[in-house]
Design a protein around this ligand. Structure first.
Ligand code: HEM
Length: 160
């Protein structure tokens, strides 16, 4: 499988409504309810050990809640049951992420963690299905960056 992280370019952002959803066969291909839960669980276990762990709670119980809650969203966009929209409703993910200052490095770490998990745990799934899921995350995550790198500021800092 070819999981490519295309770079963030603030002048060339995708339109939210034009980002193609993952192929709806992905959910069953990864093992339905059970397979999806496993992958989500491994993803968040690795996130709390990653360079962006500071965004997330560290308590076991809180992480379990996040797995259950966010898992419904990721399952739904992948062709699984519509539990997120039915139980939680429509949430504007761009607004939801605003309290977190997310920059390009955070995006790379978040996507890199997903890529590792998919390469290890979706290796028997048809590559095009895995790629369709990953591409959705790659594109959507561009819209969640709300602290673009300010190269000038970094240069100025380096001079001091
Ligand atoms: C770019 C890197 C990202 C970072 C650093 C990030 C960070 C976070 C944080 C800190 C939370 C709150 C804690 C939690 O509930 O997990 C959260 C929630 C969430 N994120 Fe992200 N996120 C990223 C990308 C994405 C992407 C690409 C998606 C979906 C396409 C997504 C979907 C969600 C959802 C569904 C929730 C839960 C919203 C709710 O409360 O219902 N995130 N994210």
């Amino acid at each position: 499988m070819n999981l490519v992280i295309t770079p963030y370019d603030p002048d060339n952002l995708p339109k939210e409504e034009e980002i193609p959803l993952p192929d709806p066969r992905f959910y069953n291909a990864i093992g339905g309810d059970e397979g999806f839960k496993k992958v989500i669980s491994i993803f968040y276990d690795r996130i709390v050990e990653s360079d962006i762990s500071f965004f997330f709670p560290q308590e076991e119980e809180e992480i379990e809640k996040i797995k259950r809650h966010n898992g419904k969203y990721f399952a739904e966009i992948s062709g699984g049951p519509k539990r997120y929209s039915e139980e939680i409703g429509h949430i504007d993910q761009i607004e939801m992420h605003k309290p977190f200052s997310i920059n390009e490095k955070h995006r790379d770490e978040w996507l890199g963690t997903w890529r590792e998990v998919l390469q290890e745990f979706a290796k028997d799934v048809e590559p095009e299905l895995v790629e369709s899921y990953f591409n959705y995350l790659v594109e959507y995550s561009k819209l969640l960056i709300n602290r673009p790198r300010n190269a000038r500021a970094f240069e100025d800092l380096a001079k001091v």
